[in-house]
Design a protein around this ligand. Structure first.
Ligand code: GZL
Length: 332
């Protein structure tokens, strides 16, 4: 409330100053001159986004920006280009601007306690969206809205176990991991491994990060193909790395989806098209459409209402046939 009283006092002084100067002055910074230059009750959200590394991220950014507009929330948006130091800088800037709420998708799980304590000391609530942090102090954020990545990895493993249930031959698997240290990479790897370890025929013969990008996915898959002549399966932590790997597989004269079966995660349009075309065999959905729920949480948090500490997004899986049916109505 202190922020509001000072805003009213300063707004009064500002109005007097503006009147005497005879010119409009935008609030602009969202500090004590009212939140973000709007009326006093406009919520200002500082949002630090991971980057623009994948089709999923692009869809997620669109969802956040469109939902903020629809909710009447002023969004201060920062793209960290997949660098944690940029996210920390952005969060510190939001604190200085005295935004009403901070939301961010942590590019990696660790190293957030200092800056989140600064937000807590400034009495600015924080909401995690998409990815989690590994902090032991859960008072540092009000809620974590996002997928269960371990469950996503398990779904990928369960499809593979079913696909090879009638075979006793060794199944050689290569894995393209997401960004090193990120929650989706750590958990998708763990969930998948937990399921396939039930049968010794499944062997992960190579596993390396492709940083969630198409280019890196292609590059690492080219290396996998050079050093592993008998790859049966690729498990890629997102569609974009899988799509890059498809280019590498075709470049090596092999048929993706047949010579090498491919499982990915996300279900963005390009991935679903490759699935429908038979180049990918199975996709585990990870919804990027978190914007509406994030804005609802933000309004409740700013109003001082209790919110769930964990909101798990609902998502499904797709076979090649299901992709053909779903494609026409996909939002992203
Ligand atoms: C998952 C998200 C991941 C996507 C990738 O919620 O953090 O980051 O799976 C994206 O496509 O780059």
């Amino acid at each position: 409330m202190l922020r509001r009283i000072s805003a009213l006092v300063l707004a009064g002084l500002t109005a007097f100053a503006v009147a005497s100067c005879g010119s409009e002055s935008g609030g602009g910074t969202g500090g004590d001159a009212g939140a973000g230059g709007g009326t006093d009750d406009t919520i200002v959200m500082g949002f630090s986004q991971v980057g623009a590394e994948s089709g999923w991220r692009t869809a997620n950014t669109k969802s956040v920006q469109e939902s903020a507009k629809a909710a009447g929330i002023e969004l201060k948006f920062s793209d960290a280009q997949q660098r944690q130091e940029n996210q920390i800088k952005a969060i510190r800037s939001f604190i200085q601007q005295r935004v009403d709420v901070i939301a961010f998708s942590p590019v990696v799980e660790s190293g957030w306690d200092p800056v989140l304590n600064e937000a807590k000391n400034a009495k600015i609530p924080v909401i995690l969206t998409d990815r989690a942090v590994d902090s032991q102090d859960t008072s540092l954020y009000k809620s974590f809205l996002g997928s269960d990545f371990i469950e996503e990895g398990k779904k990928a493993g369960q499809w593979l176990v079913e696909e090879y249930k009638d075979s006793s031959d060794t199944v050689n698997i290569v894995e393209l991991q997401g960004t090193t240290g990120s929650a989706p990479a750590n958990d998708r790897k763990a969930g998948f491994a937990e399921v396939i370890q039930a049968d010794a025929k499944f062997k992960i013969i190579a596993s390396q990060t492709g940083d969630f990008t198409r280019a890196k996915g292609k590059e690492v898959m080219e290396a996998f193909l050079k050093s592993n002549p008998d790859i049966d399966v690729l498990y890629a932590h997102n569609d974009d790395m899988g799509l890059g790997a498809i280019e590498a597989i075709e470049g090596a004269g092999k048929v993706p989806g047949k010579d090498i079966k491919i499982i990915t995660v996300d279900a963005v349009k390009d991935g679903m098209q490759a699935l429908a075309d038979g180049k990918i065999n199975y996709i585990v959905e990870c919804s990027p459409l978190l914007g509406p729920q994030l804005m609802d949480l933000a309004k409740k948090v700013v109003a001082g209402e209790e919110v769930p500490t964990r909101v798990v997004t609902e998502e499904t899986t797709f076979t090649q046939e299901q992709a053909k049916e779903a494609l026409p109505s996909r939002q992203y």
